[in-house]
Design a protein around this ligand. Sequence first.
Ligand SMILES: NC(=O)C1=CN([C@@H]2O[C@H](COP(=O)(O)OP(=O)(O)OC[C@H]3O[C@@H](n4cnc5c(N)ncnc54)[C@H](OP(=O)(O)O)[C@@H]3O)[C@@H](O)[C@H]2O)C=CC1
Ligand SMILES: Nc1nc(=O)c2c([nH]1)NC[C@@H]1CN(c3ccc(C(=O)N[C@@H](CCC(=O)O)C(=O)O)cc3)C=[N+]21
Length: 321
Amino acid sequence: MSARVLAGPPVAAALLADAAARASRLPAPPNLVIVRVGDDPASASYVRGKSRKAGEVGLRSTVHALPETTSQAELLALIDTLNRDADVNGILVQLPLPAQIAEAAVLHAIDPRKDVDGFHPLNVGELWAGRPALTPCTPAGILYLLEHYGIPVAGARAVIVGRSHLVGRPLAALLLNADATVTVAHSRTPDLGGVSREADILIAAAGRPNLITPEMVKPGATVIDVGINRVLNAEGKGHLVGDVHPDVAMVAGALTPVPGGVGPMTVAQLLANTVRAAELQHAAHSDSAQTDSAQTDAVQTDAVQTDAVQTDSGVAGELVR
Ligand SMILES: NC(=O)C1=CN([C@@H]2O[C@H](COP(=O)(O)OP(=O)(O)OC[C@H]3O[C@@H](n4cnc5c(N)ncnc54)[C@H](OP(=O)(O)O)[C@@H]3O)[C@@H](O)[C@H]2O)C=CC1
Ligand SMILES: Nc1nc(=O)c2c([nH]1)NC[C@@H]1CN(c3ccc(C(=O)N[C@@H](CCC(=O)O)C(=O)O)cc3)C=[N+]21
């Protein structure tokens, strides 16, 4: 029997509809800024996709496409400007970056409240502490997909193949927070098949076509294929494949396709995170406005109390008299 297909687009549409409804309750449409450095065509294509979807759900978005030769100082200067701009709610710097720019320096520089990728160390720490605010898009999208299709996570054995900061590590934290028993495998894991066969939920995020073969999968398991690999077919035409061999469909209980699986969830979750960031910023702003007026109230209250004290003493005075 062939595995149930866990299609991404209908689930992404549900997530986007929710994000759009929440966005419409904010005073202004949330504003996402995407920064891309260099001229990798795949990167340019993802960024176009993200920007187009943002417009479809009523968000604003701007793309800064910087040349391959951009220095770290130039990129940090742009991030500083975006951090200070109160009209910018979310900032995403597309990875990977050219060799002259240290990724960590850039990710540290983004204001954690605008960090819609969830890569700032503060957000990474909160995620691992079980108090997530802004969570990485692909892992969060995968959890939303599992929930939508009614695949139980609590108590499940989850095996993730890949330990990147983009996918594997944050996914391990999210699954752990959702009460799965989590194993993270990588290129130095001996007997990968022995480990992956333990999984009720197997997530392949290695970027290796056909890495996961049928004998590596427990019959009936849910298999999530994160891999996006561009390969040439027999006619020399380029197309996308995941990390999972097509024959896995004969063993797995459920399987995400590539394309049309996790990819659309990543994009939808990015926009949901942008709305979330805007909500948090709006709430913080209203709070500080309230604190300001509360402080004014407090001053007024003090004045009233002073009156009361005077009245009391007046009363007291009367009593004495
Ligand atoms: N669908 C989507 O929305 C997204 C898809 N992707 C795709 O997911 C894939 C992974 O991306 P990313 O995490 O950024 O990739 P990285 O290259 O940063 O990480 C790959 C991970 O896979 C591990 N790995 C590589 N080869 C093997 C192997 N033979 N056996 C076991 N583990 C292996 C590596 O191990 P080690 O650490 O030991 O080197 C590493 O931890 C890519 O195809 C990428 O395009 C990424 C983001 C979003
Ligand atoms: N800071 C940062 N954040 C990211 O989230 C990030 C990144 N950098 N760098 C690159 C990876 C990759 N990534 C994808 C997003 C959407 C699809 C996607 O929509 N895929 C479609 C197909 C797209 C196509 O046809 O090319 C699908 O799978 O159906 C794929 C991959 C986000 N990434």
